[in-house]
Design a protein around this ligand. Structure first.
Ligand SMILES: NC(=O)C1=CN([C@@H]2O[C@H](COP(=O)(O)OP(=O)(O)OC[C@H]3O[C@@H](n4cnc5c(N)ncnc54)[C@H](O)[C@@H]3O)[C@@H](O)[C@H]2O)C=CC1
Ligand SMILES: O=C(O)[C@@H]1CCC=N1
Length: 267
């Protein structure tokens, strides 16, 4: 089975890194093309991937075709490769934020088996979180094969398309927000005398362990907060100071702005 990528930017590279790391595909089973040959050519060579000469050549050479260009060009790029889908031999996987199954079908037709997805950057290390929605033409083994691309590099969840906006904020964009939090913790550590390297490792491991604890526990995060907060102790003092500075409101406002922009609102 071959998988091809139309667009080889940050997200496509993260998916490819995850697929290679987990050995879901061998390098020679991965085909790539993007706008600038001087960028995708050396990248393909370094990783042993197949560099295709055009977007259409990606489709022709691939069983699974991942549309990985930015939203502003997605419609035109897809229209350019539409004839190559007419053989009926290719599954289409889109990672384009805000590009609905209906919009995709208006370009390539309802008969093309299509999986709309929204992955996050953590797929690069096999720890992604990806939402998926299939059209009516994608069923059985084809659906399993398409979904397996993302299941092999993290978790997947089937989601109604009208919930992709909130998912995109909570999982697609949140690695940036969580990194911001980790960097804030680490910067505070530097303020109090730790080296940046050591502070970042400490903050990241504490964040990782806390996330794993939430997933492993049957308790809600607030109950875990109470377990850390000794009566009269330092944690509750820190928590109250963070809340006085508006931590929860800041997070919710950030998610609101992310959802608004994803829905086409102003930057
Ligand atoms: N970066 C992220 O964490 C996530 C991104 N996405 C989606 O992934 C898609 C790609 O995003 P990024 O990788 O961040 O953007 P990017 O700007 O890094 O990559 C876009 C790629 O598309 C290529 N491209 C542009 N015009 C082209 C054309 N006419 N033909 C072929 N290739 C063309 C560019 O050369 C580049 O390789 C977007 O639609 C975004 O919504 C979805 C979830 C998470
Ligand atoms: O920033 C963006 O537009 C994309 C969507 C989710 C993550 N990155």
């Amino acid at each position: 089975m071959k998988i091809g990528f139309i667009g080889v930017g940050g997200m496509a590279k993260a998916i490819i890194a995850g697929l290679l790391k987990t050995k879901t595909f061998a390098p020679e089973e991965i085909v790539v093309h993007s706008r600038r040959a001087e960028v995708y050519g050396p990248y393909a060579k370094e990783n042993g991937l197949v560099a295709a000469a055009s977007n259409e050549a990606v489709v022709t050479a691939s069983d699974l075709v991942v549309l990985a260009v930015t939203p502003n060009v997605a419609q035109d790029v897809l229209a350019g490769v539409q004839p190559a889908f007419e053989t009926g031999n290719h599954l289409l996987l889109s990672i384009v934020a805000g590009f609905s199954l209906d919009e995709i079908a208006s370009v390539v037709g309802q008969q093309v088996p299509t999986l709309r997805t929204l992955p996050n950057l953590n797929v690069a290390i096999g720890a992604g979180m990806t939402a998926v929605a299939a059209n009516d033409a994608l069923v059985g083994d084809d659906l399993a094969a398409a979904r397996n691309v993302f299941e092999s590099i993290g978790s997947t969840t089937a989601l109604a398309e009208d919930q992709f906006g909130v998912f995109s904020a909570l999982a697609g964009s949140s690695p940036a927000f969580i990194d911001f939090f980790i960097d804030s913790l680490s910067r505070a550590g530097v303020k109090h005398g730790l080296s940046k390297d050591q502070a970042t490792k400490i903050a990241a491991q504490a964040t990782l362990g806390s996330a794993q604890m939430v997933l492993a526990s049957d308790q809600i995060p607030f109950a875990l907060i109470d377990q850390v907060s000794s009566p009269g102790g330092s944690t509750v003092a820190g928590l109250l100071a963070m809340e006085e500075a508006g931590l929860m409101t800041a997070v919710v406002k950030g998610i609101d702005a992310t959802i608004k922009r994803d829905a086409g609102g102003p930057a």
